[in-house]
Design a protein around this ligand. Structure first.
Ligand code: GLC
Length: 429
């Protein structure tokens, strides 16, 4: 295969990006699954190095590892119920243990522990639940003897790169159509040339022409991956978030509950990705037996129930935010503003300042029921609202405001009433 130079490779993948990423840009919400030997141990997915385990001692976890058959179906069922559209599984995390029947890596779940191909079960479950499929693959490896030597020993680097490529070739050859390749931690080399990423990614793409690749092989590739924070980027981006701010791998469910997200916090994150035009890849760390962690079940199923009624504000392309009144957030798509009501005004009316575009219709997103309103210069007043919060799932009621054209908002900097009839020209967008 003829290997293109970096600029040629990058312009080629840029030319196919819109088509390849069409589904992903609509999807908005996916599930990250961190599952491996660290789940068995239950301390943190970095435990092997953070607790400085001797390799032989850590390897014992591989024999004890015994997820129940069908666990990936539980993950997929929960992802589906949550309104997620895709899943990304840690096929092999930094600990170096492969969750599939690998020829390149004998340290795997078919030779040890469950003696089953967990990746196969995962892929089957995704297909059963109609979820797109992603493989996380670590470049850093704490188990492989060449991994750290790569930095100074070129022979070791060559062997290790062959190893990485062989692993990913298996994953992208033996499991049918795969949608995402999600690289992580490109250490010890600190440049794409050291990782030979331009050539390897071209060869891997040849196996899965529609695949989407993230930015963690020291190349920009298809999308950015802000971690543990939802920060919009000017390109395609996907924020990956733990469920508790502590660990990607399983932690004792009882103890982690107070640190874990509830449905409101998850919807807040979805609001940020909707406004910023990105995706949310929300993690769960399954328990040692592979079951979904208890603390995630209700928040995620409630999120799904809420999205079933209000998903229009999330799914699909587009980005934009607009100021509201501090009790809610506004996202914009074309002529429409979605109002995410965090705190419902119990006095029966809601005022939104600064709108200079004609409002045609206001309604509840969940039911379509219209809302009475008045519009004066620079102010919309929604009227006759119920005192009780309408949304019963999360207490977050969504309103849909349909304007004549893409809404413009002009705020007075201070006391608008002092400006009388004069045009106020402080524009915020
Ligand atoms: C970090 C961590 C890793 C986790 C990943 C997810 O880079 O090293 O444990 O898998 O983030 O984004």
């Amino acid at each position: 295969m003829k290997i293109l130079s970096k600029p040629d490779y990058e312009s080629l993948i840029a030319s196919t990006r819109d088509a390849r990423m069409d589904w992903w840009r609509d999807a908005r919400f996916g599930m990250f699954i961190h599952f491996g030997l660290y789940s068995q141990y239950g301390h943190h997915e970095w435990a092997m190095t953070q607790e400085n385990f001797p390799i032989e001692e850590y390897e014992k976890l591989a024999n004890e590892f015994n997820p129940k058959p069908g666990a990936p179906r539980e993950w997929a069922a929960l992802a589906k119920a949550a309104g997620m559209k895709y899943m990304v599984l840690t096929s092999r995390h930094h600990e170096g243990f492969s969750l599939w029947d690998s020829k390149a890596n004998p340290y795997n779940s078919v030779n040890y522990g469950p003696r089953r191909d967990i990746v196969r079960e995962f892929v089957d479950a995704c297909r059963e639940y109609d979820l797109r499929i992603g493989f996380y693959t670590s470049l850093m490896d704490w188990h492989h003897p060449d991994a750290w030597k790569c930095a100074y020993d070129n022979e070791a680097r060559r062997r290790f790169l062959d190893y990485i490529e062989a692993l990913n070739t298996e994953l992208l050859t033996n499991y049918g159509k795969i949608d995402i390749l999600w690289y992580d931690v490109s250490l010890p080399m600190d440049h794409w040339e050291g990782w030979d990423s331009v050539a390897r990614n071209q060869r891997l793409r040849a196996l899965q022409p529609d695949i989407i690749i993230n930015n963690r092989s020291r190349l920009d590739e298809d999308f950015g991956t802000p971690e543990e924070g939802i920060h919009a980027e000017s390109r395609d981006w996907e924020a990956c978030m733990t469920f508790n701010g502590l660990s990607w791998g399983y932690l004792d469910s009882e103890q982690v509950v107070p640190y874990s997200y509830n449905v409101q916090r998850i919807i807040r994150m979805l609001n940020s990705v909707a406004g910023g035009g990105g995706n949310l890849l929300l993690n769960i760390g399954p328990a040692p037996d592979g079951s979904v962690p208890k603390e995630a079940i209700k928040p995620l199923t409630d999120t799904g129930r809420w999205l079933a009624e209000n998903g229009e504000a999330l799914y699909g392309k587009g980005r934009g935010t607009i100021g509201t009144n501090g009790l809610c957030s506004g996202t914009v798509r074309g002529n429409i503003v979605y109002v995410w009501n965090w705190i419902w005004p119990k006095n029966g009316s809601m005022s939104l300042g600064g709108y200079r575009t004609k409002l045609k219709k206001a309604s509840y997103l969940a039911t379509g029921e219209t809302i009475d309103f008045e519009q004066t210069t620079g102010r919309i007043i929604l009227k006759n609202l119920p005192a009780e919060v309408p949304d019963k799932t999360a207490g977050i009621t969504m309103l849909k405001l349909e304007f004549d054209e893409p809404p413009k908002q002009i705020f007075a900097t201070y006391f608008p009433q002092l400006h009388g009839g004069r045009e106020i020209d402080t524009v915020r967008d």
